[in-house]
Design a protein around this ligand. Structure first.
Ligand code: MN
Length: 475
């Protein structure tokens, strides 16, 4: 990696932007002079790589500058004031934010550190670019983890899975998420990694001819019907396969181990393509998903259908824009929303990405820092289940959640009478499963306190909402 290689990747940036980025490079290089990475390379190679990864997302110039400077506050004599003076306040805040987020630690117990952890977590909603820079930083560190001691490798890999993989998922950056997962998996369970890699490669070469044939057939039928298209073959990432196998699935049952991405011009073509594809290959009945109508909580959208071929193959039908969003999520806004990417990112972050809404809600409920950290860890960074409202809105809940948790999450807990899941009445202790459609039957006239519901609340957030209601009544 070199300044030249970075500059080469900055096509479409203004001369002024490139000048600023060069200045950031020279400044960071001088500050890190004499520092080396464990690989023996000069330290500056690392921030250069981070800036390069950001340039692949077409990040704005301030973000790329911050990528180059991201370790200067922590590891050199640079100060925030100096960065403001030499660059601007935005760059300085980004570098400061990335420095803080590096100290994010869920296993802490001391009150002071817990208060700090809270500040960091709440702070990440101020400017999502901080998360994106941090993910680029972590990605390069994971790519070069071989030079660290074994103990450090495991520690970093675990932290990546616990904190940075969920963050990549929540901003919708699947390409970053998959690579971070597989790198972590490699350092945590090398034997399993190698075994699954070998099996996946065997399957993908065994079926490569038939997959190619499917892809040609689909492309032909779409072309015959005047739907311009591009088709790409893909395999599921190794950690994704491992999680399914670990959960008891056989490799032959994994319906998305092999997939075809069918990229077309617009939404209407997505739906027409689906019909033409089904006219050629029979779909598996219950595996169709319309994430265009009902995007995931991280705004992922596509049509998913699983086809019977020589083995099961998943087709993901989407537009070019949906495909970009599937790779980098919110970070794609730089590419597709050129003029005011930054504002759109920030407003969509708060309005459309459920993670941030939940985070702000949890922050307002829990006064106590340790309670806040515990809830964030459990509800946002733990295992989740995804269910739908009767109107098709996807709702994220912690694994094990009940209809009572759901009702309080969507704001009708206090007036709930009973719950239906997939059209059947269920008891309040029913455990919600992925894909369940939940309908809460309410009665506006009813109820004083809802202590009767407390025993069905599986999260502290739900419990807190029930108790708050009781207090309001008492007053
Ligand atoms: Mn770094």
């Amino acid at each position: 990696m070199s300044l030249e290689k970075l500059i080469e990747n900055l096509k479409g940036y203004s001369d002024e932007d490139i000048k600023k980025i060069k200045e950031a490079f020279y400044y960071a290089r001088d500050l890190h002079k004499g520092q080396y990475r464990q690989s023996g390379e000069e330290y500056i190679i690392h921030p250069l790589w981070v800036a390069y990864i950001l340039s692949e997302m077409h990040a704005d110039a301030d973000t790329i500058c911050a990528g180059l400077l991201h370790d200067t506050l922590e590891d050199t004599v640079a100060s925030k004031g100096e960065i403001i003076e030499l660059f601007n306040e935005d760059v300085a805040n980004l570098v400061d934010g990335v420095t803080k987020i590096s100290k994010l630690n869920f296993s802490t117990k001391e009150e002071e550190r817990m208060a700090n952890t809270r500040k960091i977590i709440v702070g990440i909603t101020d400017d999502v670019r901080i998360i994106i820079i941090k993910l680029a930083d972590r990605l390069h560190n994971m790519r070069t983890l071989e030079f660290k001691k074994v103990e450090k490798q495991k520690e970093n890999a675990l932290e990546t899975l616990e904190i940075f993989v969920p963050l990549a998922y929540y901003i919708g950056a699947y390409r970053l998420k998959s690579e971070l997962e597989d790198l972590s998996f490699y350092y945590l369970k090398k034997d399993n990694y190698l075994r699954i890699e070998e099996k996946r490669n065997a399957i993908s070469s065994e079926y490569s001819d038939s997959l190619l044939e499917m892809s040609t057939t689909i492309s032909d039928v779409l072309n015959d019907n005047n739907i311009p298209n591009e088709i790409k073959m893909a395999t599921k990432n190794l950690y994704g396969i491992y999680k399914k196998v670990d959960g008891g699935a056989k490799l032959s049952d994994i319906h998305d181990l092999l997939s075809l991405k069918v990229i077309v011009d617009d939404k209407k073509d997505c739906y027409s393509s689906l019909g033409y594809i089904h006219s050629k290959y029979k779909p598996v009945d219950n595996l169709f998903k319309d994430y265009i109508c009902n995007p995931k909580t991280n705004m992922y959208s596509s049509l998913h259908t699983t086809l019977f071929g020589k083995r099961l193959v998943q087709a993901r039908i989407r537009t070019q824009e949906m495909d970009k969003i599937a790779s980098y999520g919110l970070a794609t806004y730089w590419d597709i929303n050129k003029d005011n990417a930054r504002e759109n990112m920030q407003s969509d972050l708060r309005e459309k990405f459920q993670f941030f809404e939940s985070l702000i809600q949890i922050n307002s409920i829990f006064g106590d820092n340790s309670e806040f950290v515990r809830q964030i860890k459990k509800e946002l960074f733990g295992d989740n289940v995804y269910v739908y409202t009767s109107k098709g809105l996807c709702i994220q809940l912690p694994k094990g959640a009940t209809p009572v948790d759901f009702a309080y999450k969507v704001g009708v807990g206090d007036i709930m009478v009973y719950a239906k899941v997939n059209d059947d009445a269920v008891s309040f202790d029913y455990t919600l499963k992925n894909g369940d459609r939940v309908d809460i039957i309410t009665d506006n006239l009813s109820f004083g306190d809802r202590d009767d519901l407390l025993k069905y609340a599986t999260s502290e957030t739900t419990r807190n909402k029930i108790l708050t209601r009781k207090r309001d009544k008492d007053i």
